[in-house]
Design a protein around this ligand. Structure first.
Ligand SMILES: [Fe+2]
Length: 297
């Protein structure tokens, strides 16, 4: 492992060249801006392979000034895998594979306003999501991402050895279950509390990323309330510490959106957080999510 400007780059990534576009690191911990590619076009396999490599190497990649239709958004996402329909939030009427993350000026709650990975409670959580900014507020509405590799690698060997064997329970119940907020009342999101959200899935706490081969710990805010065979109270000290560790400033980046921006993140190696600081303004994002695989140790 080599450290360059605060970013740990694995040997195979050192000086990795890109033929199809430029890749510029965006922050010390993760993130890169890609320039020179139009995502509305039917891209060739070599370009898609480079985008995928840039995603794995940088965890989140950003494209400025894109102009694509919902059909083109879906077509681009399908180059990376099958698409995920959110089990708790209804997609767009015409495009059920697209979630419109919409905040009207009158909305007070925002969608994604806490550190989390997307739908990590699925048996096969997503590879990643591709978020497209259709309408942005004049100020505010930034999104933060954190690098779970760095968070894990920064732990002491003793702490890593302690957490490595643990299994963590993921569930949508606290966000989408019958005791959660009713999104339909104070936000524009198409979701209501449901009994169907009361299920649990077990994943290894520490997983090996299927493409990078690097290890990380996989906690996901309110989606991970406790460890297997432990109470929430018993689990809290470690889970709270891991959420703190996962989201420490040196492991994060923060994106200020412009209309036409696209962010594509590796949901298996990052958490993210949508800031709720633009009341009185409209913000409309389109999200397409790509299926992943069952996490493995
Ligand atoms: Fe999210």
């Amino acid at each position: 492992m080599t450290v360059i400007a605060g970013r740990r780059i694995s040997p195979q990534n050192l000086g990795s060249a890109y033929d199809r576009f430029t890749v510029t690191p965006y922050a010390g911990a993760l993130g890169a801006v890609i320039e020179g590619v139009d995502l509305s076009q039917d891209l060739d396999d070599a370009t898609i392979a480079e985008i995928r490599r840039a995603l794995i190497e940088n965890q989140v990649i950003f494209f400025r000034g894109q102009d694509f239709t919902p059909e083109q958004h879906l077509a681009f996402a399908k180059r990376f895998g099958t698409l995920n329909q959110h089990d708790q939030v209804k997609g767009m009427e015409e495009y059920p594979d697209i979630i419109e993350v919409r905040q009207e000026p009158t909305d007070t709650r925002n969608f994604g306003g806490a550190w989390h990975g997307d739908v990590t409670y699925l048996p096969e959580p997503p590879l990643g999501s591709i978020l497209y900014a259709r309408e942005v507020p004049p100020v505010g509405g930034d999104t933060l991402w954190s690098n779970l590799y760095l968070a894990y690698e920064d732990l002491s060997p003793g702490y890593r050895a302690m957490i490595d064997p643990l299994t963590v329970v993921h569930t949508p119940a606290l966000i989408y279950g019958t005791k959660s907020m009713d999104w339909s009342k104070d936000s524009s999101m198409n979701s209501s509390p449901t009994e169907a959200a009361h299920y649990e899935v077990e994943h290894p706490l520490v997983r090996t990323h299927p493409e990078s081969g690097r290890k990380l710990f996989y906690v996901s805010g309110a989606y991970t309330p406790h460890f297997k065979d432990q109470t929430e109270e018993e689990s809290a000290p470690i889970i709270d510490y891991l959420m703190y560790q996962a989201t420490r400033e040196p492991f994060t980046c923060r994106w200020r959106w412009q209309k036409g921006d696209v962010a594509f993140w590796d949901n298996r190696a990052t958490l993210h957080y949508a800031l709720n600081d633009y009341h009185g303004h409209l913000r409309v994002m389109h999200r397409v999510t790509i299926n992943g695989e069952r996490p493995a140790r």
